[in-house]
Design a protein around this ligand. Structure first.
Ligand SMILES: NC(=O)c1ccc[n+]([C@@H]2O[C@H](COP(=O)([O-])OP(=O)(O)OC[C@H]3O[C@@H](n4cnc5c(N)ncnc54)[C@H](O)[C@@H]3O)[C@@H](O)[C@H]2O)c1
Length: 371
């Protein structure tokens, strides 16, 4: 099935979604009245190989752009890497009128967005997300960041892309584990904002969904519902004063597990895998604190444990994980603040949980793996 292109406006940032999304790139760049030599494309090895040729086929203006290439992966989301890119931009004469095109997943859009926010006090950029995580979440909403040591997204800016182009065809080359990782953000949006979508998703195991071609109508439904939901939230609360916190469901503990797994000897968790684990803990806390019914908690837990790789936290690791949770940014007056749900589709923000409750949630998560 062909996905029709559509424009959704997010804080004046158009989002072009669909099979012909890339055909709008030149029109948008032309409307910015830039000199052609001021255009840069940020890629990693994979997006250079798989996605750049597809983009250049659709954009004559980008043919002359300079490439900035980084090693892919979370390890690149650092201030050191941003510094390297700032030096490259400076050395090649990038000006305040230059444009950066982020072609890649969430690492590229977070890092590239961060670099543009800082370079000469802010230059324009476009996001062309190539992963499910990027297309459903990371490329939308103007949050940019790098990690500080092992703590995720500690240094960053709100700096929105001028436009976002979402071409689902890029997902055809994305490895399965990264597709699954992106599924976690789609599930999160359904759990906090779209009970109907959650009911549809829960009838199809993750492995079944991942076996569908990205052209399938169900992908279309999941992707567009998620993009629309994220757009609605960000338009209403760009700076995360209130409503936008709903998107943190599963992220407080998820970020800590993601960071911990980078220090661990086991294979590091992908962002979405960690968020899936965080959502199991959040479902437990929601049952305990905000009235989520036991059958809903069980349905969420079973769906996520069946669909995502197991990653247990043994008792020796608990203090280190807790330390990372305490460092998470969602803290107010010394209390850890959680986004929970009272039922699927009904988020509740700013719920304080103490360390004992968090340890209980991690214990529940461990038990689901062995159960
Ligand atoms: N700013 C936000 O609002 C926001 C939201 C969610 C996640 N994030 C961030 O996103 C990051 C994770 O993003 P991600 O999951 O996209 O990871 P990623 O950017 O590391 O990409 C995953 C892997 O897929 C490869 N790849 C990308 N596109 C490809 C394609 N079309 N075909 C083949 N390979 C391809 C990349 O080279 C990389 O190896 C995390 O750092 C997370 O914090 C940010």
């Amino acid at each position: 099935m062909k996905i029709p292109s559509r424009i959704i406006t997010i804080d004046r940032t158009p989002i072009y979604v669909g099979d012909n999304a890339l055909s709008f790139v030149d029109k948008v760049i032309r409307s910015m009245h830039l000199g052609h030599d001021g255009i840069y494309i940020l890629v990693d090895k994979n997006t250079r190989h798989y996605c750049l040729p597809v983009l250049l086929e659709q954009s004559a203006l980008l043919a002359g752009a300079r490439l900035l290439e980084i090693d892919g992966g979370e390890d690149s989301k650092t201030i050191a890497m941003a510094g390297k890119l700032w030096n490259e931009l400076l050395a090649s004469g990038a000006s305040r009128e230059s444009l950066l095109v982020n072609l890649g997943g969430g690492v590229i859009s977070d890092l590239g967005g961060f670099v543009t926010a800082g370079y000469k006090r802010g230059i324009n950029y476009l996001n062309i997300p190539t992963t499910l995580m990027g297309q459903s979440d990371a490329a939308i909403g103007g949050k940019t960041a790098v990690n500080l040591g092992s703590i995720k997204n500690q240094i960053g800016f709100f700096h929105a892309a001028k436009s976002v182009f979402i071409f689902p065809g890029f997902l055809n080359t994305l490895p399965k584990d990264h597709m699954r990782s992106g599924m976690a953000e789609i599930i999160k949006c359904a759990l906090v904002g779209n009970a109907r979508l959650w009911r549809r998703i829960r009838n199809h195991p993750v492995t079944e969904i991942l076996s569908l071609p990205v052209e399938h109508a169900f992908w279309h439904e999941m992707l567009t519902s998620t993009i629309k939901y994220k757009n609605m939230v960000v338009v209403r609360d760009y700076k995360e004063n209130k409503l936008r916190k709903v998107l943190n469901f599963g992220h407080t503990i998820g970020h800590a597990l993601e960071a911990y797994s980078l220090l661990d000897s086991r294979k590091p968790l992908l962002h979405g895998e960690a968020v899936a684990a965080g959502m199991i803990c959040a479902a437990y806390l929601s049952h305990k604190k905000t009235g989520l019914m036991a059958p809903d908690m069980e349905a969420i837990t079973t769906y996520l444990t069946d669909g995502f790789p197991a990653y247990s936290v043994d008792s020796l690791s608990m203090p280190a994980v807790m330390e990372l949770i305490v460092h998470d940014k969602k803290r107010k007056n010394g209390h850890l603040q959680f986004t929970l749900i009272s039922k699927p589709g009904n988020p509740v923000i700013n719920i304080s949980c103490d360390q004992e409750e968090i340890l209980e949630a991690l214990g529940f998560f461990n038990a689901t793996l062995s159960g």
